[in-house]
Design a protein around this ligand. Structure first.
Ligand code: 2AM
Ligand code: CA
Ligand code: CA
Ligand code: CA
Length: 272
């Protein structure tokens, strides 16, 4: 398997989708509600996924594609991902991560493409079209932003850390908001840019020291998980188990603050 080629193909696909994001940001043609009033999708999400699929499939015709917009919203997504994991080549695609930002014209939306080879995450590509930043990584071969090597930060103290999280649309919104409130008191600051993949790319780049969020899916996480690890960081489930395709509650850090973050995440917080 030529992982360099796979990375090039994923980057090309991400750029094609990124072009559409740049064209339609802030003025998407049609917006539909998915699982809840907080959870939206546009025709551009679907068009971007189709364009990405075409490029990946042309170069890798036997690979399996798992994209957000071809899976029904909700809990089945993770199960589906796990069912596919045994396949030799599995591409995991989020055509627009940060759809609400895209709709509102907020320039924090990314294209996220991850590749699993025989059940191991090997390649991660995250493209930010509004800043033209191409983040990419191959397991064991480092991580890069626009060709320059990236490394996680060296911050070792949670109280001096800059973290990111989000407000998931489903049942875990309250829990996540409560965690943000608590961390807000004792870390340097917390950001919520609205794209999980962007947060993960920023952890890899050392711009953020850590990121956590509840209730995410494989397409939000795979590319970024490969990237954070390739940049020297650590990615686990909220209970400390190593990242896997069915991880929903993720913690990704520079490694140094990881155990401190997990400890505080696991304070007993009631749901919703
Ligand atoms: P999306 O924009 O691709 O939908 C923001 O907190 C993060 O939550 C984004 O990465 C967003 O991805 C994701 N998200 C949106 N709707 C979600 C849902 N129903 N369940 C879980 N995550 C969701
Ligand atoms: Ca979505
Ligand atoms: Ca997403
Ligand atoms: Ca999406």
């Amino acid at each position: 398997m030529d992982l360099q080629n796979a990375q090039r193909v994923a980057q090309a696909a991400a750029r094609v989708a990124g072009e559409q994001i740049r064209t339609f940001i802030g003025r998407p043609a049609q917006t539909h509600q998915k699982s809840s009033p907080h959870d939206l999708v546009t025709e551009v999400d679907k068009a971007c996924q189709t364009a990405i699929y075409e490029i990946l499939q042309k170069e890798y015709p036997t690979s399996v594609l798992l994209g957000e917009e071809s899976v029904p919203p909700g809990a089945a997504a993770a199960t589906l991902a796990v069912q596919q994991v045994e396949r030799d080549l599995l591409w995991v695609v989020d055509p627009i991560d940060g759809t609400l930002n895209f709709i509102r014209g907020l320039p924090a939306c990314t294209v996220s493409i991850g590749l699993m080879v025989e059940s191991v995450g090997r390649v991660g590509v995250i493209y930010d079209p509004m800043r033209d930043e191409m983040f990419s990584a191959i397991r064991g071969q480092g991580a890069y932003c626009n060709g320059r090597p990236m490394r996680v930060s060296t911050e070792a103290d949670l109280s001096s850390s800059v973290l990111a999280s989000g407000f998931p649309t489903g049942a875990y919104r309250g829990r996540n908001a409560e965690q943000i409130r608590r961390f807000g008191y004792h870390v340097r600051n917390v950001r919520a840019f609205g794209s999980a993949a962007l947060h993960l790319a920023y952890v890899a780049a050392g711009r953020l020291d850590g990121f956590w969020e509840n209730d995410l899916n494989a397409w939000d996480l795979l590319a970024g998980a490969v990237m954070v690890e390739a940049a020297g960081g650590r990615v686990t489930d909220a209970d400390g188990a190593p990242y896997s395709l069915d991880t929903r509650h993720v913690a990704a850090t520079n490694g140094h603050i990881h155990d401190q973050l997990l400890r505080d995440l696991n304070l007993d917080i009631p749901l919703a």
